[in-house]
Write a protein that binds this ligand. Structure first.
Ligand code: ZN
Ligand code: ZN
Length: 324
C-alpha cells in the first residue's frame, strides 16, 4: 500500500513521501525475483489523513484478492508492532418543529434542547466508558428568536480496542436516542467521516519483518507508547496486514506531524530509511511468498485475532448494559 499525502502548511510531516517510494520500490525489487510466479499489486491509497481512502477501497472489495497487505511508515524509531487508537466519528442530528420565540407553545419542539440534553447526558455516561469522547455543537440554530427545528452534535469516540469502540458507540447512541424520544425529537445518527478501527496485529507477520530487519542490521525498538491512528487498521480486519514503522536516524525526539520531521524525510537519513524500508519490505514479501507454512501461520493468527475480538465484544457487549 502506498501513501503520499502531505499535511497543510507542514508538508510531509507524517513521512508519506517515503511510504509511496518504499512500497513501490519493494514491489519493483520483488518483481525481479518472482519471475511471474505470484502477483504483486501496488495500491496508491491517498489522503490517509482526512478521507481515509483505504476504507473506500475496502468497501469496494479491492483488497479481497490479496493474501497479505504490507506497508512501512516512517517514524522516530523502527518497530514491527504498533498499538493504535480507533477513531469513530459520529454525528447526531435532531429534528424538531420550528416556531417564533414569541409564540412558543406546545406546538414547539426545540431541537437544540435535545442536543444540549444529549451533550450533558453523554458527559454523564462517559466516565464509565474506557473511551476518549469529545464533541461539539455543530449546529445550534439560526437566531435566538427562532426556536430551532434542527441541531447537530459531532463526536469523536477514540478507543484502544475495537470492542470498546463498539460498546461506547452503542451506549452513547442509546443515550442520545433516549433523550430525543423523551422530547419528541426525531434523531438520526451517522458517520460524518470514515471511521478508523484499531489495528489487528499479526504476530507471525511481524516476526517475518523483524527477521528481515535483523538481517539488515536495523535495530528494532519495542515501546508500548508507540501509538497511531490509521486507515490501514481497517484493512487489518479484512486481511492480514503489516504496518511496521521505519525509523529515520536523528528523529528519536521528534513527533510526527511536525516541520522537523518533514525536513528529515528529505535528508540523507531519510534516504537511508527509504533504502532500508525497501529491502525489509521486499524481503518480508519474499519470505511469505516463498513459504506456504509462513503464510499459513499468518492466516491462522489473523483468524484467531478476529475470533478474540468477537469474543470480547460478546463478553462486554451492549446486551450486558441493561437494567433488566
Ligand atoms: Zn499522519
Ligand atoms: Zn502517517
Amino acid at each position: 500500500m502506498c501513501e503520499y499525502d502531505a499535511l497543510p502548511e507542514i508538508g510531509h510531516g507524517c513521512g508519506h513521501d517515503l511510504i509511496g517510494v518504499i512500497s513501490a520500490g519493494a514491489a519493483a525489487a520483488l518483481k525481479t525475483v518472482l519471475n511471474g510466479q505470484g502477483t504483486i499489486v501496488v495500491y496508491g491509497t491517498p489522503d490517509e489523513e482526512v478521507s481515509c481512502t483505504k476504507v473506500q477501497f475496502l468497501d469496494e472489495g479491492v483488497f479481497d484478492e490479496l493474501d497479505v497487505a504490507l506497508m512501512l511508515h516512517p517514524y522516530k524509531h523502527t518497530c514491527t508492532q504498533i498499538s493504535s487508537m480507533g477513531i469513530y466519528p459520529i454525528q447526531f442530528e435532531f429534528f424538531g418543529k420550528k416556531c417564533h420565540a414569541n409564540e412558543a407553545g406546545p406546538q414547539c419542539i426545540n431541537a437544540l434542547d435535545a442536543a444540549v440534553m444529549s451533550y450533558v447526558s453523554i458527559n454523564q455516561i462517559k466516565q464509565y466508558l474506557d473511551a476518549n469522547i469529545h464533541g461539539i455543537v455543530k449546529n445550534g440554530g439560526v437566531l435566538p428568536n427562532i426556536i430551532p427545528d434542527y441541531a447537530c452534535l459531532q463526536y469523536f469516540i477514540r478507543c484502544d480496542a475495537q470492542w470498546k469502540t463498539e460498546l461506547a458507540v452503542q451506549r452513547v447512541t442509546r443515550c442520545v436516542q433516549g433523550v430525543a424520544d423523551s422530547m419528541g425529537v426525531q434523531m438520526k445518527a451517522t458517520n460524518f467521516s470514515a471511521a478508523n478501527t484499531t489495528f489487528l496485529n499479526n504476530g507471525p507477520l511481524e516476526d517475518v519483518l523483524k527477521a528481515n530487519l535483523d538481517r539488515l542490521g536495523e535495530p528494532v525498538t519495542v515501546d508500548p507508547r508507540d501509538r497511531i491512528s490509521t486507515d490501514a487498521a481497517n484493512v487489518s480486519f479484512r486481511i492480514p496486514t503489516l504496518h511496521g514503522m521505519i525509523g529515520i536516524k536523528g528523529c528519536e525526539q521528534m513527533d510526527l506531524h511536525t516541520k522537523e520531521f518533514a525536513d528529515a524525510t528529505v535528508s540523507p537519513a531519510g534516504q537511508n530509511a527509504t533504502r532500508t524500508g525497501i529491502l525489509a519490505l521486499a524481503g518480508t514479501a519474499y519470505d511469505i511468498w516463498e513459504s506456504a507454512s509462513v503464510l499459513n501461520r499468518i492466516r491462522q493468527a489473523f483468524c484467531l485475532g478476529l475470533e478474540e475480538e468477537r469474543k470480547k465484544e460478546e463478553k462486554y457487549g451492549f446486551h450486558k448494559f441493561s437494567a433488566e
